[in-house]
Write a new protein. Structure first.
Length: 472
């Protein structure tokens, strides 16, 4: 994405490429070398399309996954995909060494088996030689920044997703790592979003036919960049970064780590400009993506608009799934898993494609309701507005469901929030913008948003009671 800032912020899509898991034997990996090749292609195209020299480059990716470098700074093996099954049972195994309460007290991160901590513990548990020979730990955006610049730094927002970071002490959780026999020397310097790393390696610049452009550590966890782009006025709002995952939360100046946040399994991840993203990770459009992929394999190709239109025409509030159930984490067979959940919880089993989609969208909205209640309770704030950003903000049906069941005004957009936030942090780091507030005002004047007023009903209240019964 090529961003430009003058009176408005504009984005041009320069180069788009797929990114999915690669199965090799019994494991799932990322094809990181192909991603690196595509990044170089995109840089080459951007440099060739722009009339002026590029001011900066920023990389953001998903969280938790990582690469390990050896003593010669070579990547050790193919990075694993967070949906790989090697972490099955690792939360329970780790808790036999360090109680879950203590892990949470040190990190403030919700428990998900895909977290970096449990990936590293799985490697230690298996005596993986890659961990034994590793000298440097780099999350995925850190790894790409290293290949761009030769700078080996751990950017703050992505480091916090690992469950290896102590947000109270503002450092790696070395005591926890030591207790789990995870090597501490591999974790490096943590840098803040907006930090200028180095300029492009000469070889990369030569291959891309561009200058040695500065590379800035943005909010390199994609949600951190997305939240930076929320066109909010003030601080009393909830955001939902809606994509493969739905991340619903608030901005906080300090981590919120207590018995209730542990009980609700809420998380404290790093934000930009000295903030904490206090949030809940929810399995989001992944559920719909997997059903759509399954139906396409069977010869029925739907657009997302097709699926939403089908759902809008089918009866409401019949059956729900708990979207946080671990059975929905892995790919393949999603339709059958949804049906099995409904059968096991004595609900009507969705049969048609429309019923399955409606079940997913209503369940997501009901889980948003649960999360908004907990965020308000733990922050002590009334939170009357929900900003939905990212690709999922285009789903008008889900947006209205969310407004209706939560009683909050929903403001949807912008869609490309992650890229926008990336550009904002580059501009702040390069001193083209003075603050995040100035950046958010720029977003508000640059992109259209859509508002949804709540239409609460007794039907939604009754549905929420039923949802809480199956959520257990």
């Amino acid at each position: 994405m090529l961003g430009r800032i003058d009176e408005r912020l504009t984005l041009d899509e320069i180069h788009r490429f797929s990114n999915g898991p690669v199965r090799l034997a019994d494991h799932i990996h990322w094809d990181v070398l192909r991603l690196w090749a595509e990044i170089q292609n995109g840089l080459r195209i951007a440099a060739g399309n722009d009339d002026n020299s590029l001011a900066g480059i920023g990389v953001d990716t998903w969280g938790v996954d990582f690469g390990l470098l050896d003593a010669s700074d070579h990547l050790i093996g193919n990075p694993y995909h967070y949906r790989d099954a090697r972490t099955n049972g690792m939360i329970e195994a780790a808790s036999e060494i360090v109680p879950l309460e203590e892990i949470y007290n040190q990190t403030g991160i919700q428990f998900m088996q895909l977290n970096t901590l449990f990936q590293l513990f799985a490697m230690r548990h298996a005596n993986d030689p890659a961990l034994q020979s590793a000298k440097t730990f780099l999350t995925m955006p850190d790894l790409l920044n290293f290949w761009l610049t030769s700078s080996k730094a751990n950017e703050f927002t992505d480091a916090t997703t690992t469950q290896c970071y102590n947000p109270r002490e503002k450092r790696w959780a070395f005591e926890l790592l030591a207790a789990l026999d995870i090597p501490q020397h591999i974790f490096g310097q943590i840098v803040q979003p907006g930090t200028m790393l180095e300029k492009l390696r000469a070889s990369v610049a030569e291959d891309a036919s561009c200058e040695r452009i500065p590379v800035i550590a943005v909010g390199s966890h994609d949600t951190a960049s997305a939240v930076a782009a929320v066109p909010a006025d003030g601080n009393d709002f909830i955001y939902i970064s809606s994509g493969t995952w739905s991340l619903i939360g608030i901005e906080s100046r300090k981590p919120i780590i207590n018995a209730d946040s542990l009980r609700y399994n809420l998380t404290n991840e790093g934000g930009v400009c000295d903030t904490i993203r206090f949030l809940k990770n929810i399995m989001g459009m992944w559920l719909l993506q997997e059903c759509r992929r399954q139906w396409a394999k069977a010869g029925k190709n739907y657009s997302y608009d097709d699926l939403t239109n089908l759902a809008a025409q089918t009866p409401a509030l019949k059956s729900f799934i708990y979207v946080g159930d671990d059975r929905f984490l892995a790919p393949d067979g999603m339709v059958e898993r949804i049906q099995t959940f409904c059968r096991e919880t004595n609900q009507p089993v969705p049969q048609t494609h429309a019923e399955v989609v409606r079940c997913i969208l209503e369940s997501l909205a009901l889980e948003y309701r649960w999360s908004t209640e907990k965020l308000s309770e733990l922050s002590g704030k009334a939170l009357p507005v929900i900003h939905i950003i990212g690709g999922g903000s285009r789903n008008r049906l889900l947006n209205q469901f969310t407004a209706d069941v939560t009683g909050c005004k929903v403001i949807a957009g912008p869609v490309e929030a992650t890229a926008i936030g990336n550009v904002l942090l580059q501009a702040i780091g390069l001193r083209h913008l003075s603050s995040l507030e100035e950046g958010r005002e720029l977003v508000l004047h640059s992109f259209d948003v859509t508002s949804y007023e709540p239409q609460p009903s007794a039907a939604w209240e009754e549905a929420y009671s039923r949802y809480l019964a199956v959520r257990k």
